[in-house]
Ligand binder design. Structure first.
Ligand SMILES: Nc1ncnc2c1ncn2[C@@H]1O[C@H](COP(=O)(O)OP(=O)(O)OP(=O)(O)O)[C@@H](O)[C@H]1O
Ligand SMILES: [Mg+2]
Length: 490
């Protein structure tokens, strides 16, 4: 007959191991605490992250429901609830660990103060004094003394991290690096909680103040940009539980302002940030992954796909303790691959063409054209462009021939590989159109005699040629002014 004895974990060893559960950094650790505040119906959250001469302190205050003393003691317990239990639909928690693991990933001492229905309580775990799970308990007076003034006015909870050894990299972090960490955390949280910050999808609008700055929502799909294409919402089901997927094609790089570039691309750049954006209860848990369905940079346009999952699918998506990873369920791979394939076809239309010259849209005469045959693309200087035509048909045959040779050499040596690489790695850096006005006018001036040949000597026709030929068609105002100044138009 088997007999049983109690064999609990050793306190210090377990809690020290818990410091390495998940793969937290500062933003994901803060996000786990913000999840708890949101679950407690907070409308305002204040995050303070201060370096204090290399011994940082972090405080997260919310105006949520707070906790009673019993609730706080349970909440402080490691593994405070069973991950297999069903959670309310709006609960962002799962494991009963988040507050502890997130905090310990950054600090040695976690203090939680709470006010619930006007009653105060506080508790703390200190890694330097953990014998047999000894938890510090603060009475009302001690709690009030430590708490932020706002907690004395309203119910809520304040989490305090001290002895931040990991956050401070054991005291080594300098103030510039610390400021960078804080700036990174701010921008990540503005993205992670953007739907809450904007109060969309029927969510209660949330205000997050971080070191005094109110975080503005960062929409990764740039939905209010007129050139963004939103695809229809697809309703899917996994094990009887519904969820949705929606793809967005972002505007071409050239249509984005510098701020939009920076906001959308984050620190990894625009191409790296393509892919699936997985939201769990509207909170972003991972982004910029293709789940190995497509290679980064393979889609020629900026494609981002929102996947919205409820917490009832946590186990199937294998959500991790730090809520920063999920695995694509095998039953979904084929479906999502089809969605991506459809987008790939649209975005890579040119390669599917049966062959021949690809006509530019509209009636403009481009400088560059492209020719596609058997899936191979070649760029060439458009011989129908009025300036090239005039030179190719120059009355001096030697000039015409030399010009033809020059054109062919430029085409043969077109740096397509280098341009392709630049577009994949740093599309926002590629800028070929930086012309100043003076240079533009000088070149126009020099081109006029040849263009007049195409215009059969007529200034009226010249205006027509300029309006429909690159690069002048892109700068009509300057061209019109140039012609007016000379009394040639319009
Ligand atoms: N700011 C808060 N306001 C009110 N209650 C809180 C707050 N923070 C934590 N709690 C309570 O403490 C409990 C434990 O939180 P913890 O983050 O450790 O686990 P969880 O949220 O249940 O699950 P997960 O590990 O997935 O985060 C929560 O379920 C909640 O009841
Ligand atoms: Mg939690």
């Amino acid at each position: 007959m088997v007999s049983f004895i109690k064999n609990p974990p050793e306190a210090t060893a377990l809690m020290t191991s818990a410091r390495s559960f998940g793969n937290y950094d500062l933003p994901s650790a803060l996000a786990d605490l913000l999840d708890n505040s949101i679950k407690a119906k907070a409308r305002n959250i204040e995050v303070l992250c201060i370096r204090e001469d290399g011994d940082p302190i972090v405080r997260i205050l919310d105006d949520g429901l707070g906790m009673s003393i019993q609730e706080l003691h349970k909440a402080m317990r490691p593994a405070s609830s069973n991950p297999d239990e069903e959670r309310a639909a709006d609960d962002l928690g799962r494991f009963g660990w988040g507050m502890k693991t997130a905090s310990f990933s950054q600090c040695r001492k976690l203090t939680v103060l709470s006010r619930h229905r006007d009653k105060y309580c506080g508790a703390s775990w200190d890694h330097d004094d953990l014998d047999d799970f000894r938890m510090g308990v603060l009475d009302e007076a001690e709690t009030k003394q430590l708490a932020n003034q706002k907690l004395l006015e309203n119910d809520g909870t304040e989490v305090i991290w001290t002895k931040c050894d990991r956050l401070s990299e054991f005291g080594k972090v300098q103030s510039r690096e610390f400021n960078e960490l804080v700036a990174h955390a701010k921008s990540e949280l503005a993205l992670t909680f953007h739907r809450y910050l904007a109060g969309e999808h029927g969510l209660q609008k949330l205000v997050i103040k971080f070191n005094g700055d109110i975080l503005q929502p960062v929409d990764p799909f740039l939905r209010d940009h007129p050139a963004t294409q939103s695809k229809p919402v697809e309703h899917l089901e996994l094990e009887g539980k519904p969820f949705t997927v929606q793809a967005f094609i972002l505007p071409h790089y050239s249509k984005l302002s510098t701020t939009e570039h920076q906001r959308l691309g984050g620190e990894e750049g625009l191409v790296r940030s393509q892919g699936f954006y997985v939201y769990r209860q509207h909170r972003l848990i991972m982004h910029g992954t293709w789940f190995r369905l497509v290679k980064h940079g393979e889609l020629s346009q900026l494609v981002r796909i929102a996947v919205n999952i409820p917490n009832s699918l946590d186990a199937i998506w294998k959500i991790t303790v730090d809520k920063s990873e999920a695995q694509l369920p095998s039953g979904l791979r084929a479906r999502l691959r089809n969605i991506v394939k459809g987008l790939k076809i649209q975005s890579g239309r040119v390669f599917q063409s049966r062959g021949g010259r690809i006509k530019p849209t509209g009636s403009k005469t481009p400088v560059w054209s492209k020719y596609v045959r058997n899936g191979a693309v070649r760029y060439y200087l458009n011989p129908e462009h009025p300036l090239f035509l005039a030179m190719l048909e120059h009355e001096d045959e030697d000039v015409a021939r030399s010009f033809g040779v020059i054109i062919s050499i430029i085409e043969d040596c077109f740096p397509s590989v280098s341009i392709g690489e630049d577009f994949v790695s740093r599309p926002e850096m590629v800028n070929q159109s930086a012309l100043d006005r003076e240079a533009f006018v000088d070149r126009l001036d020099a081109a006029i005699p040849s263009l007049l040949i195409s215009a059969e000597g007529s200034f009226e026709k010249l205006w027509g040629v300029l309006q429909t030929s690159e690069p002048w068609s892109e700068h009509k105002v300057i061209v019109e002014e140039y012609l007016r100044e000379r009394g040639w138009c319009v």
